[in-house]
Design a protein around this ligand. Structure first.
Ligand code: PNS
Length: 160
């Protein structure tokens, strides 16, 4: 079985993330969507909530499993017999950062990384910019699914 991992913070999952995961699922038999936490970023949703948002948005895609992970991506992939990480690349900044991680991951365990060019319509969309727009009251619906937009509004109405 050909397995891939798509790790990310996914706070919130954007249409760009979902596009990359769907394209990955068209290439691999099983895709592990892994929600990691980046302590440097101020979170909108808990990791458990992000797993639930992703699982719902991807429920129609066969072979996708969504879970929280912590620690090194190479350790998770070794433990789950995953040979490839797939990352979406929006531009040179992503390429620079992801290339470094890809090379270190390959040096550590032989884990390979494949880069998928972001679809042009999502190439400027990032979770951190969406979070800024959400927190400052701007219109963000076009960047996420209707369900994720609704959950985000509930979150804002709850005052967190
Ligand atoms: O959406 P992000 O912020 O790019 O996601 C980052 C995350 C959490 C997926 C990434 O930092 C990660 O994979 N962390 C796990 C630790 C690890 O393996 N780091 C790379 C070492 S070369």
């Amino acid at each position: 079985m050909r397995r891939a991992a798509c790790p990310g913070s996914y706070d919130p999952p954007t249409r760009g993330h979902l596009d990359v995961i769907r394209r990955t699922a068209a290439i691999f038999d099983e895709v592990h969507v892994l929600v990691g936490s980046n302590p440097a970023k101020s979170a909108l949703f808990s990791p458990e909530e992000r797993v639930s948002l992703l699982a719902e948005a991807l429920s129609d895609v066969p072979g996708v499993r969504t879970s929280i992970f912590s620690g090194l991506i190479v350790d998770y992939c070794r433990d789950h017999e995953i040979g490839t990480v797939v990352k979406g690349i929006r531009g040179p900044i992503d390429l620079d950062y992801e290339s470094q991680m890809a090379q270190l991951n390959r040096a550590m365990t032989g884990l390979e990384t494949l880069f998928l060019p972001a679809a042009p319509e999502w190439a400027a969309v990032s979770s951190s910019l969406v979070r800024d727009i959400v927190r400052m009251g701007g219109g963000f619906d076009q960047f996420v699914t209707p369900e994720i937009a609704a959950r985000t509004r509930e979150r804002l109405a709850a005052g967190s």
